[in-house]
Design a protein around this ligand. Structure first.
Ligand code: GLR
Ligand code: MG
Length: 424
C-alpha cells in the first residue's frame, strides 16, 4: 500500500502581474491581473503547486479550506472536496465581473477545491516520478493546441506606458494583432473577444480575419452582449465563417433559440458553468460546445468528468481561460493532454502576459506551432521561483487592487459607461 502523504501546511500568496487594457463586454481589464499561488506542503517534504483567482472573498474561502485540509492525505481527493464543502457551509461568491455566469454553492466549492486538487496531483506526481497527465489517465497527445485570443484594446492604460502591442479598435488593428500572435506563437485557430463595439463592426473584423487567414478556424465571443434577434443576424452574416459562436446571448433559453436557427455550433462558458446546469442544457439543446476550465469545474479530475459527460451527450469540448501564470498553463496542458475528446484548440491569455513576469522558473513551457509540449518531468513539471513570487507579491501589495472590477475601472474612466446584457 502506498504511504500516506499528509498535508502539514498550505501557503497562499496573492500576486499581481501587468495586464494590458483589454476591452470586453463588461468594461476593461485593470492594469494588473490578480492570482493566488498555493503551495501545499507534506510531512514527507514534498510540495505541490496550484494557481487560482485572488479576489478577496475567494482568498478568504481558500484560507478556510486550507486550514481544514491540514492533516489529510493527498490521495484522498474525494474526502478533501467533501471537507471543503463542509467548512464553506454554503458560503457562495460571485465571479465579480459577470463573465462566467451564475455562481452557486456547489460551484463555489469547485472553485475553492480546484487549486488544492492540482497541488495534490503535483505532489503525487513528484512522489511517483510521473507527470500529472499520467495520473489523469495518460497523455493522448504530446502537444496541446491553443488558440490566438484577440482583444479590442487601447494602446495603454491611461497614465501608463504603452504595452507594446499597440491599439486594436478596428478591423485593421485586429488583423495586425492576429498577425503578430500567429507569427510569434504559431497559433492555428483564432478567437476574437467581442461584445465591445456594435455587432456590425465586430462582424467586419471577423470577415477581415477570414480574408487575412483563410485557412484558420475563427471564433467570436461577445459574452452575451446580444439579443436573440441580433445573435441570429450575426449568425447569418457569419454563416460558413465561424467554427463556433460563443455565448452570443444570455441564458440557456436564449441560446437554444439561437441554436435552432444558427448554422454554426454555439459554445459557452456562461450558461453552463457547473454540473447542475448540464441536464437542462442537454435537454434544451442550448449549446453544442462546452468550454471547460479546471479553475471552476473543480480541478483536473472533475474536468475529465465534464469531458466524459460531453462525450456521452455528443457535445464538443473546448477550454476557457482568464489571465493566468505558468502554474495554470502547466495544469491546462496536462489536462488537455489527457482529455481525448478535447475537440478544439484551448483558449489562453498567455501572450498578454509580460514575458518577464511569472512565478515559475523559465524554460519548462513554450509555444511552438500554437501548441505547448506536455511536460514529462514529475508532477506539473514546473518549479516555483521564490524570488519571482516575492516580486509579484510585492506588486500585489503596492498596486492596491483587491478584486477584479472591469466595470468599475471603465466607469472611473468614463462615468457614462453602463454594464448591460444584452447591450445590442
Ligand atoms: O468568456 C470568456 O471567454 C471569458 O470570460 C474569458 C475572459 O474572462 C475574458 O473575457 C477577459 O478576461 O476579459
Ligand atoms: Mg467565453
Amino acid at each position: 500500500m502506498s504511504e500516506a502523504l499528509r498535508i502539514t501546511r498550505v501557503d497562499i500568496t496573492p500576486v499581481a502581474f501587468k495586464d494590458p487594457a483589454l476591452l470586453n463586454a463588461v468594461g476593461v481589464h485593470e492594469p494588473y491581473a490578480l492570482r493566488a499561488v498555493l503551495e501545499v506542503h507534506t510531512a514527507q517534504g514534498l510540495t505541490g503547486l496550484g494557481e487560482t483567482y485572488a479576489d478577496e472573498g475567494h482568498l478568504r474561502r481558500l484560507r478556510t479550506a486550507a486550514d481544514a485540509l491540514v492533516g489529510m492525505d493527498v490521495h484522498d481527493l474525494g474526502p478533501m472536496r467533501r471537507r471543503v464543502a463542509e467548512v464553506l457551509g454554503g458560503d457562495s461568491g460571485s465571479d465579480g465581473h459577470g463573465l462566467t455566469g451564475m455562481i452557486t454553492t456547489s460551484s463555489t466549492v469547485d472553485r475553492v477545491f480546484s487549486p488544492f486538487e492540482v497541488a495534490c496531483l503535483d505532489i503525487r506526481g513528484h512522489a511517483t516520478g510521473r507527470p500529472v497527465s499520467d495520473l489523469l489517465g495518460g497523455a493522448v497527445r504530446d502537444r496541446v493546441p491553443f488558440s490566438a485570443y484577440l482583444f479590442y484594446k487601447w494602446a495603454a492604460h491611461p497614465g501608463h506606458e504603452p504595452d507594446g502591442w499597440g491599439p486594436a479598435l478596428d478591423p485593421e488593428g485586429i488583423v495586425a494583432q492576429a498577425r503578430r500572435m500567429v507569427t510569434e506563437y504559431g497559433f492555428t485557430a483564432i478567437k476574437l473577444k467581442g461584445g465591445v463595439f456594435r455587432p456590425e463592426q465586430e462582424v467586419e473584423a471577423v470577415l477581415a480575419l477570414r480574408e487575412a487567414f483563410p485557412g484558420l478556424p475563427l471564433r467570436l465571443d461577445p459574452n452575451a452582449a446580444w439579443t436573440v434577434e441580433t445573435s441570429l443576424r450575426v449568425a447569418r452574416d457569419l454563416d460558413g465563417v465561424l467554427e463556433y459562436l460563443e455565448d452570443p446571448t444570455p441564458g440557456q433559453e436564449g441560446m437554444a433559440r439561437v441554436a435552432r436557427e444558427a448554422s454554426m455550433p454555439l459554445a459557452t462558458n456562461m450558461c453552463v458553468v457547473a454540473f447542475d446546469e448540464l441536464p437542462a442544457a442537454v435537454r434544451g439543446e442550448a449549446v453544442q460546445v462546452v468550454l471547460s476550465d479546471h479553475h471552476y469545474w473543480g480541478g483536473l479530475q472533475r474536468s475529465k468528468l465534464l469531458a466524459g459527460i460531453c462525450d456521452t451527450f455528443g457535445l464538443g469540448l473546448s477550454m476557457h481561460s482568464n489571465s493566468h501564470l505558468g502554474i495554470s498553463l502547466a495544469a491546462m496542458t496536462h489536462l488537455g493532454a489527457a482529455t481525448e475528446n478535447l475537440t478544439y484548440a484551448c483558449d489562453t491569455h498567455w501572450p498578454w502576459k509580460d514575458p518577464a513576469e511569472d512565478v515559475i522558473a523559465p524554460g519548462a513551457l513554450g509555444f511552438r506551432d500554437g501548441s505547448v509540449a506536455v511536460p514529462r518531468a514529475p508532477g506539473l513539471g514546473v518549479e516555483l521561483d521564490r524570488d519571482a513570487l516575492a516580486v509579484l507579491h510585492e506588486q500585489y501589495l503596492r498596486c492596491g487592487l483587491r478584486n477584479r472590477d472591469d466595470t468599475g475601472y471603465m466607469r472611473r474612466l468614463d462615468p457614462t459607461y453602463e454594464k448591460k446584457s444584452p447591450r445590442w
